[in-house]
Design a protein around this ligand. Structure first.
Ligand SMILES: C[S@@+](CC[C@H](N)C(=O)[O-])C[C@H]1O[C@@H](n2cnc3c(N)ncnc32)[C@H](O)[C@@H]1O
Length: 301
């Protein structure tokens, strides 16, 4: 029901609920509550008596949850903050142990489909891409102020963009005439900077947009910090679930989990990342690149 209202289908929901196995009375953290797709399924299972701490740095996401999850108002604690500050978020709520946590990384359908947020190539709007309005730096700032070398590195590292140097040089050339102000201008510039392709599954500017979004929101550093903090808070026997959508996020999850496993603190519940079934891929294109990793806190740690 929620999904039809919000047009957001939670990715790998069945698998996540299966791994988390939330019980009545449990305290669960949804570190990326978005529009509450996974949260609703968790709340159905932890109530009565349980608490869900729903974090999102995006004010718009929380407004959406407040409305759609109002039936669970007594059990839901919404926090408008960056999950990298998990410790500072849970402290004032009097929580020092949790029974599970989920990270569903990246951008939400709500963000992509809200034209003026500037996340999508589909719309020609001012360059923004900030998940939180409190963030001082937007895509406009990066595109118009970074050096060619810095831009090139961002496109290469976060977008795995083959033509990173050409695109960075094209942006710098354009800036000499006038700032690059809209998503449409940037997309055009990226297309012109690349050699023509006969067939491409992705829009030629997809990797550039992804790279800028990751840089604007400092996504990888925040995730690395938050995941390590989450492990400290997990009760023995409880689990963390990470849904990632590109290789850099998945690599962080893999390495952090492996390091804690070596220390005897975590054990993997998924030896390899779990991918969505064909039926989900057919129904929800957003799940296409999803990878799920799950780990459990050891009993003696
Ligand atoms: C893929 S969506 C989550 C969708 C959600 N699981 C659902 O089913 O509706 C990711 C959400 O995480 C939020 N987010 C990303 N990085 C964050 C961070 N560092 N701190 C807090 N929220 C973050 C985004 O604003 C976005 O709303």
């Amino acid at each position: 029901m929620l999904n039809t209202i919000l047009q957001h289908i939670p990715v790998m929901a069945k698998e996540i609920i299966g791994f988390l196995d939330p019980k009545p009375g449990a305290i669960i953290v949804d570190a990326t509550i978005g529009c509450g797709g996974h949260a609703e399924l968790i709340l159905e299972r932890i109530t009565p008596g349980g608490r869900l701490i729903g974090i999102d740095q995006d004010e718009q996401a929380l407004a959406c949850c407040r409305e759609s999850l109002k039936a669970y108002a007594d059990s839901l604690f919404l926090v408008n903050d960056n999950f990298r500050d998990l410790e500072r978020i849970l402290g004032p709520l009097g929580i020092n142990k949790i029974d599970g946590i989920i990270f569903d990384l990246g951008v939400s359908s709500l963000q992509l489909d809200t034209a003026e947020r500037g996340f999508s190539i589909k719309y020609d709007v001012p360059l923004d891409m900030r998940m939180s309005k409190r963030n001082q730096v937007s895509a406009f700032d990066l595109v118009n102020n970074l050096s060619v070398e810095e831009l090139s590195t961002i496109l290469k590292t976060y977008g795995e963009e083959r033509f990173h140097a050409r695109i960075a040089r094209a942006i710098a050339e354009q800036r000499k005439k006038a700032p690059v102000t809209t998503t449409g201008e940037l997309a055009e510039l990226v297309i012109r900077a690349q050699p023509p392709h006969k067939f491409q599954r992705l829009h030629p500017a997809t990797r550039t947009f992804q790279a800028l979004r990751i840089a604007v929101n400092n996504e990888l550093d925040s995730f690395d910090i938050a995941l390590k903090t989450a492990v400290k808070f997990l009760n023995p026997g409880s689990r963390l679930c990470v849904l990632s959508y590109h290789s850099l996020e998945d690599r962080i999850a893999k390495h952090v989990i492996r390091d804690f496993e070596k220390q005897g603190i975590l054990k993997r519940a998924t030896k390899k990342p779990v991918r969505p079934f064909q039926t989900e891929l057919a129904q929800n294109p957003r799940s296409r690149s999803a990878k799920l990793r799950v780990a459990e806190k050891n009993e003696n740690s």
